[in-house]
Write a protein that binds this ligand. Structure first.
Ligand code: EPU
Length: 343
């Protein structure tokens, strides 16, 4: 086997939250053959497998049993659709999303810039259907190439991937054991800026005319830098909870008590509410509980104050969930993936 298997591997720097954790075994794979070998090895040794991309949306508990497979699958190939003039990009799952965005901008291709500075890899962004500032990954996906548990490689069209808000088939039973190798993204020939997200509109109007993909990327980066902690400086996993949906009756009840609450209509009288607002209203913004805090500039983000374990993080998350549920009648769902076992 070409690759090296590490035992009792320190995972602390393998996730952006930087929780203290150890993998029973760990391997890094650089192509599909190595990935196949690694999965065959896990099967032989009867080890459960955890696939790791950029680690920006994973909370590791102290012990991660089995084999952690870090995907270093690279690739960046631009082509043109002769019929439509659209640009197609085939990107390896292990490419850093933000580097891909920079390379697209350098090549004069707009269409992904609203996701500028989103941490993580292309594979992770597909699994999670990453979204920010008015754009979701799924809107650009043409197809996704996966290695299936039986060893075959298949291409799924965007319609096969069950994309939704922070959701895809790769988070469900149907996608269990499937590993994303690469994705093809399509960028329409005609670039249309997406600047209607509240935060961006204000920034664009005041500073950045005329609008180009570069200026939109710059605006997104500036807005993010002002609100979100840089994982290189403070351990975090971005938004820790999904924005919850309230049914009609509950929504009316909440609105009566909190007339200023931000919300987005969904249809059928249902509303998507801002989890950050609920958490702030419950008094958690800036709170510190031992090794874990709620970021002072954005209530949706939990941060590592130093030496946190995944167990510490989940404890605080659970306290926040219980409090928000008691005050608003809504149960928040975690956004990151939790891997491993308690010590
Ligand atoms: N708000 C508060 N208190 C706060 C922060 C925000 O009340 O401390 C309110 C704001 O006033 C606003 C609302 O909450 O009315 C929404 O805030 P924001 O625009 O910051 O967006 P978000 O819903 O909190 C989502 C994504 C982010 C993404 C931003 C921008 C989720 C779970 N999160 O956050 O994604 O960057 O929109 O598009 O959907 C991530 O998933 O890791 C992530 C960072």
């Amino acid at each position: 086997m070409a690759f090296e298997i590490f035992r009792d591997f320190d995972l602390t720097h393998s996730s952006t939250f930087q929780t203290k954790a150890t993998a029973e075994r760990f391997v890094r794979v650089e192509d599909v053959d190595e990935l196949r070998d690694a999965l065959a090895y896990a099967k032989e040794e009867n080890l459960p497998v955890t696939i790791l991309g950029g680690g920006s949306n994973t909370i590791f508990l102290s012990k991660v049993p089995g084999l952690v497979v870090k995907l270093d699958l690279h690739g960046f190939v631009l082509t043109q659709d002769a019929e439509t003039g659209d640009t197609l990009l085939e990107a390896g799952a292990g490419e850093t999303l933000d580097d891909v965005i920079d390379a697209l901008l350098d090549a004069g291709v707009g269409g992904l810039e609203n996701l500028a500075a989103v941490p993580g890899t292309v594979g992770g962004a597909v699994v999670q259907n990453a979204g920010a500032y008015g754009l979701e990954m799924a809107e650009r996906i043409e197809s996704v190439r996966v290695l299936r548990p039986d060893g075959s490689v298949v291409d799924y069209g965007v319609g096969d991937c069950d994309f939704g808000y922070r959701h895809s088939r790769f988070k469900t039973e149907a996608g269990r054991g499937e590993v994303i190798l690469s994705a093809v993204l399509r960028f329409p020939k005609e670039w249309v800026p997406r600047v209607d997200y509240k935060d961006l509109e204000a920034y664009r109007k005041t500073r950045l005319e005329p609008t180009t993909p570069q200026t939109v990327a710059a605006a997104v980066r500036a807005v993010r830098a002002a609100k979100l902690p840089d994982p290189k400086e403070i351990g975090n996993a971005g938004s820790f909870f999904k924005n919850p949906v309230a049914e009609k009756l509950l929504w009316h009840h909440i609105l009566t008590e909190h007339p200023g609450i931000p919300s987005y209509p969904l249809g059928g009288g249902r509303r998507k509410l801002a989890a950050a607002w609920l958490i702030e209203a419950a008094g958690w913004k800036g709170a510190e509980r031992g090794t874990v805090g709620v970021y002072k500039r954005h209530a949706l983000i939990l941060v590592n104050l130093g030496g946190a374990t995944g167990e510490d993080v989940l404890r605080v998350a659970e306290d926040i969930r219980a409090d928000v549920e008691e005050k608003f009648g809504l149960r928040l769902e975690l956004e990151p993936v939790v891997a491993g076992e308690k010590a």
